[in-house]
Design a protein around this ligand. Sequence first.
Ligand code: NDP
Length: 283
Amino acid sequence: MAINGKTTVVGILGNPVGHSRSPAMHNAAFAALDMNWVYVPLPVQPRHVEDAVKAVRALGMRGANVTVPHKQAVMPFLDTLTDAAQVIGAVNTIIVEPDGKLVGDNTDAAGFAADLKAHSVEVAGKQVFVFGAGGSARAVLYALGREGASGVTVYNRSVNRALELVNDLQKPFPSTRMRVCNDRTNLVNDAHHYSLIVNTTSLGMTPDIDSTPWDETVTMHAHQTAYDLVYNPARTRFLGYAESCGARTIGGIGMLVHQGALAFEKWTGVQPPIEVMQTALAS
Ligand code: NDP
């Protein structure tokens, strides 16, 4: 559809944003539904974050995604934050409400949960192991708490960051026992207890494709699922090893699609065409 005076604009605030696949994913969805909307990349320098957030409203945009490095920086300039954004401590989606209020949300956690559901992975009552304690780990722990995992064990290179993560996320989810594993030998001995093992570190990501968080002297089992948030490459070393052990494997592209689809639905009120979005990301 041609851009005209009635086109509704959404976009992504970040720095840089030139590499982002989100414009392709959302514009393919708008085209498939014949919607007069457009999604544009919006590079924002750190000193302009406040102006950029205000411009989302002033320019009549319906919302925006927020990416690195502004996910925390935008927060003071929003009118309200969802529970997910507050607990995770980061905003990846801004929604402009009809009265002009700016809502900060985080769809990474719900995107992760939606992708688990799409793969029929049940975490309620299950033990989960998480590598990493960065921004995406916060979203993953939020989702695991919401979905009722019985326990979550976190291993991270920087132990203090893992302790802080568990301390922050344990409070809202007292029924999920969260703990830090700061000794790899614990994992070696207990590895078979975990039904889901999640990599939220950047280990394995292009160009560092030979790295993996997993100790390959430890086997995985057929009853286990290995989930890698890394989506470039689609099949990481971590997933390759899990597959060679007979475990189930899931890559990060599905979470990426679902977090985008959730933002799309919040802006438009329209059910997103998930398959179209997935195809656009893959091409
Ligand atoms: P952060 O920078 O917030 O965190 C990075 C994490 O990786 C930290 O735990 C860090 O450990 C760890 N790490 C980095 N390098 C090493 C290393 N050499 N050895 C051991 N640990 C290391 O990043 P994010 O959490 O935002 O993103 C992490 C990954 O998840 C990225 O690959 C990103 O693309 C992917 N991602 C995927 C999403 C999806 O939708 N599929 C959504 C969001 C992220 P330490 O604390 O010790 O530095």
